[in-house]
Structures are given as C-alpha cells and as structure tokens.
Design a binder for this molecule. Structure first.
Ligand SMILES: [Zn+2]
Ligand SMILES: [Zn+2]
Length: 240
C-alpha cells in the first residue's frame, strides 16, 4: 500500500514539475497552482459559511431560509462553490464575455469537488442559451461546466434536450421583481424524464428565477428530484 502511495506521490511531483508556471489571472505572479496562485485562491469568497440547503443563501445555522420556506422553489438542493463577490465576479465575467474557456474548466473542477457524492443525479443538464445568444457568444459557459462535471463523476450529460424558447432580456438588466415573469415559459424540455433525478448547471444563482423556470420545464416532463449546481451564489444585500 505504501509503495503505491509513494508511486502516486512521485507521479504527482512529476506532474508539478512538468506543468509550466503561468501568470496568475488575478495578480500576475508566476505560479504552478493553475489559473490563479495559492495566495489569490485564499482571498476568493468560498461559500464556507452555513447556508440554506435549498438555495445556498447564508443562514445562521444552515437552516432553510425564510424565502425558501415561504416560496419553495422546484429544485430541492443547491451546490455552490463561491459567493458572487470580488474578485470572483470578475473571473465569472471574464469566463462569459472574455471567452476565457480555461476559467470554465477551472470552475467546473471546483464545482465537481463540491457535488455530494452520495446524491448524484441520473442526468446533468446545462442552463440553455437562446440560439441567438449562442451565435453571438459562440459558446454556452453552462454547457462547458456541465460537461466537465458530468465527465468527472461519470454521469450522463444531456446537452440539448432543453431549449430556451424565448430570447428574454438578460435577467441582470431587470429589477428583481420582474425576473420571475420574464422567465415564465422561457424553456421547453424535449425528453421524457419520468422518475429521473436531474442536476441543472448554471454559472451564477441570483434570484433563482431562471433555474426555477428550467426546473419547471423538466418537472413537467416527469423529473422527480431536481438539484442545482452553480459556481457562485449572489449574496444578499444588506436589509434583504
Ligand atoms: Zn495571484
Ligand atoms: Zn433558501
């Protein structure tokens, strides 16, 4: 056993030796830590405080939050790696608009580590982009995330059974109150999911309106248990 362990450690140090040092995307210093250096990693807003199991909003003792109690979403569990705060927000924006696909890869690796091993779904589905937006951007960051996580956990990826049927204004452009109605019937699911457990993957969960609308589409097709996996969770403003 210890021979095997030594062997694995050797392989690991060999990989570290071969991997080129690269400039950290946040501070520019050279490191072999991946896209960002260990010092910057320590400053990232990991969501390691107690939070609502349903929507990942921080709560004092990790209990279900008031909003989820009053208006339970159609998904029952959320896994989030980070709070959506500086400097993580800049990295997410770079991933979406700066075409930094390596960032999607790094985030997916982090999210794959956080996903509960004992509650893996039958299918992994990315948040779809409307075809017009896909043409404009050239890629769907949620699909990149979902594909890597599915691969790491040997899960079945359903890349395109859900469609965004309306090209809605971006949620970020709308007041929170209007986000729910903006998303009404925005999605369609083309596959029978009767009795299946599914995980929906998106980059950021803010009000949950988009994910809940997607959850509605898969629930209509019979999905029995719906989780969401997101890189980051928007943290509440003071007084909310
Ligand atoms: Zn750095
Ligand atoms: Zn909640």
């Amino acid at each position: 056993m210890s021979i095997l362990r030594d062997h694995l450690l050797n392989i690991r140090s060999e990989i570290e030796r071969i991997l080129p040092a690269q400039p950290c995307v946040l501070c520019g210093s050279m490191s072999r830590n991946g896209l960002w250096c260990a010092a910057c990693d320590a400053t990232l807003p990991y969501l390691n405080m107690p939070h609502c199991p349903v929507c990942a909003l921080p709560t004092p003792d990790g209990e279900v939050c008031g909003h989820c109690l009053a208006h339970p979403p159609l998904f029952t569990r959320t896994t989030a790696v980070f709070g959506y705060a500086f400097p993580l927000d800049k990295l997410i924006q770079a991933m979406k608009y700066g075409e930094q696909l390596a960032l999607a890869h790094a985030f997916a690796g982090k999210l794959a580590q956080c996903v509960a091993q004992n509650a893996l779904p039958d299918y992994v589905l990315p948040m779809p982009l409307h075809p017009a937006k896909l043409r404009e951007r050239g890629f769907n960051q949620s699909l990149l995330l979902a594909a890597k996580i599915a691969r790491e956990h040997h899960l079945k990826l359903l890349p395109d059974v859900c469609q965004r049927v309306r090209d809605t204004p971006p949620q970020s452009a709308l007041p929170w109150k209007e986000r729910k109605s903006n998303m009404r019937n925005a999605f369609r699911c083309d596959m029978d999911l009767t009795g299946k457990r599914v995980a929906l993957v998106d980059d950021v969960l803010t009000t949950g309106a988009s994910l809940n609308a997607l959850a509605k589409a898969v629930q209509k097709r019979g999905a029995c248990e719906i989780s969401t996996w997101v890189v980051a969770r928007t943290l509440p403003h003071r007084g909310r």
